[in-house]
Design a protein around this ligand. Structure first.
Ligand code: ADP
Ligand code: MG
Length: 276
């Protein structure tokens, strides 16, 4: 039976050689199908967590399970079930043509030709790049490259996606392209999404805050993003609309429309008070 927790960490601790702990005593659980954000200042331990989850690093102590496997003991079992999208899309793209890049993971798994072609075609379609099969990756925009990398993950069919600042190097249009594709996967995969753009997580099921290698908060986005002290202590900066709402003492607002409605509601409530 599948493990109901897609990702679980207990008292996870890791130090790079000769350095202070990059992660200390991290305990968390991500359920299958959950969309969980990870935020926090630079050096907080976000990428280290991702590397421990996919077996690139091995914990000093504690316990990790990803899709039911220990990534340190069975990294290949984990990697076919949990794909990682990194910050720099150039690092992952190695083949001369888009379709070869997308096929790369399947080739490593020894998937036979006919099935491989079909899975590559479907993965390219699912990221909106049909017609790009014979393009050379270096001729693509950042958003397109990152979608090629995402297609390469999806071709393998992972149940978990680990996204480590996948939009950090993209322009706004490229960010929108990648996020749109990720959003379509919601519910059908478990997603752990590391980002500095808090607005990318407004619809997340939960958001974790890592600071100084510790898990300092885990809450629903509305709760976390309306906690001014917590935001400040963790160097988290809200985008304009929710920040304005907070400065005006209004509840958390995602969009200008929500802000306008909240302002109107308050002025109606206030005039009601004065009339009495
Ligand atoms: N390869 C490395 N060697 C030594 N220290 C590292 C290495 N990578 C990260 N660190 C250190 O580990 C801590 C956590 O880093 P990281 O996980 O990259 O944080 P984040 O992704 O949240 O910015 C930081 O203090 C950082 O300097
Ligand atoms: Mg990082």
């Amino acid at each position: 039976m599948a493990d109901p927790a897609s990702i679980s960490c207990e008292h996870l601790t890791y130090s790079y050689p000769g350095a202070a702990p990059a992660l200390s005593g991290i305990t968390l659980e991500v359920r299958a199908g959950e969309y969980v954000g990870v935020v926090g200042p630079n050096g907080g331990g976000k990428s280290t967590l991702v590397r421990l989850l996919n077996g690139l690093l091995v914990a000093d102590s504690g316990h990790v399970r990803v899709a039911g496997f220990d990534p340190a003991a069975e990294p290949f079992e984990v990697r076919r079930r949990a794909g990682v999208l990194f910050q720099n899309p150039d690092n992952g793209l190695v083949a001369p043509f888009v379709e070869d890049d997308v096929a790369f993971g399947l080739e490593n798994l020894g998937v036979e030709r006919v099935e491989m072609r079909e899975r590559v075609r479907e993965a390219i379609r699912s990221v909106g790049l049909t017609g790009y099969e014979r393009r050379e990756p270096h001729t693509l925009s950042g958003g397109e490259k990152q979608r090629v990398a995402l297609a390469g993950l999806l071709a393998v069919g992972p149940e978990i996606l680990l996204l480590d600042e996948p939009t950090a190097m993209l322009d706004p249009a490229g960010r929108g392209e990648v996020l749109g594709r990720v959003r379509e996967l919601r519910g059908s995969r478990t997603v752990l999404h590391v980002t500095h753009h808090l607005e990318e997580l407004f619809d997340a099921d939960r958001v974790l805050v890592l600071n100084g290698g510790r898990l300092v908060a885990a809450a629903a986005p509305e709760a976390l993003f309306s906690d001014a002290d917590l935001l400040r202590e963790n160097r988290l900066v809200l985008p304009t609309v929710p920040r304005l709402a907070s400065d005006l003492g209004l509840p958390f607002c995602r969009t200008p429309e929500e802000l306008a409605a909240a302002v109107e509601r308050r002025s109606r409530d206030n005039s009601g008070v004065e009339a009495r």
